[in-house]
Design a protein around this ligand. Structure first.
Ligand SMILES: Cc1cc2nc3c(=O)[nH]c(=O)nc-3n(C[C@H](O)[C@H](O)[C@H](O)COP(=O)(O)O)c2cc1C
Length: 190
């Protein structure tokens, strides 16, 4: 238990550029996905879905991202288009988390459902950390492109919550400046 709280209190993202193979095994991937699936979820809606990119799928998808990037940025340099064409290959495993809320739910507001999706993303980060991997939650430009949405077969009510990059790493990231807790904390008293 001490280890668990220590992990949480020292948690840092590992940037995707610093990741390398090996990524999680199939068994570890299932554990990560089950952890993601075990978040508080008002109404038991499960307002999320996951798209896993591993092996050649990362390269295939990234090439399509590169083509979309070029279409959307016709003046971009060849070097930049090349970089965009290999985005997902930075890590051995990438999980796209899609928010898929029930817009007509009689009781649970979409805001609450979206919070659950954020919790699923965070559980992926924490599960990856617990298994000894680095992870980073990124949106970058391709979480906000209608063409990428179409590539992922998103329905009109769905949104990309992010792409979670997971992999091994060598250097433990340095601490970063954190928002000040004291100024964000009040003990309510009448
Ligand atoms: C929804 C969401 C989207 C993010 N998108 C990006 C991004 O596109 N690029 C980026 O550099 N960091 C992004 N971040 C921040 C990183 O995931 C990470 O939190 C940040 O680098 C700080 O590291 P830490 O987790 O160690 O505090 C995003 C975070 C969240 C919650």
């Amino acid at each position: 238990m001490t280890q668990f709280i220590d992990k949480l209190l020292s948690r840092r993202s590992v940037v995707a550029n610093d990741m390398q193979a090996p990524g999680p095994s199939q068994e570890e991937l299932q554990q990560i996905l089950r952890a993601a699936h075990r978040v508080p979820d008002h109404g038991k809606i499960g307002p999320w879905r996951f798209v896993v990119f591993e092996g050649d799928a990362r390269d295939d998808f990234s090439k399509k991202l590169g083509a979309i990037f070029q279409e959307e940025n016709p003046d971009a340099s060849a070097k930049l288009v090349d970089f965009e064409s290999s985005r997902l290959t930075r890590a051995p495993l990438v999980i796209a988390v899609i928010a898929s809320p029930d817009l007509q739910h009689p009781k649970v507001p979409v805001w609450e459902q979206e919070l659950s999706v954020g919790a699923a993303c965070q559980n992926i980060l924490v599960a990856a950390l617990a298994l000894g991997y680095g992870a980073q939650w990124l949106t970058e430009w391709y979480s906000f492109s209608a063409k990428v949405d179409a590539l992922l077969n998103l329905q009109s009510h769905e949104k990309i919550a992010g792409f979670i990059y997971i992999g091994s790493y060598e250097k433990t990231p340095d601490e970063r400046v954190r928002p000040d807790l004291e100024s964000r904390l009040h003990y309510w008293a009448e």
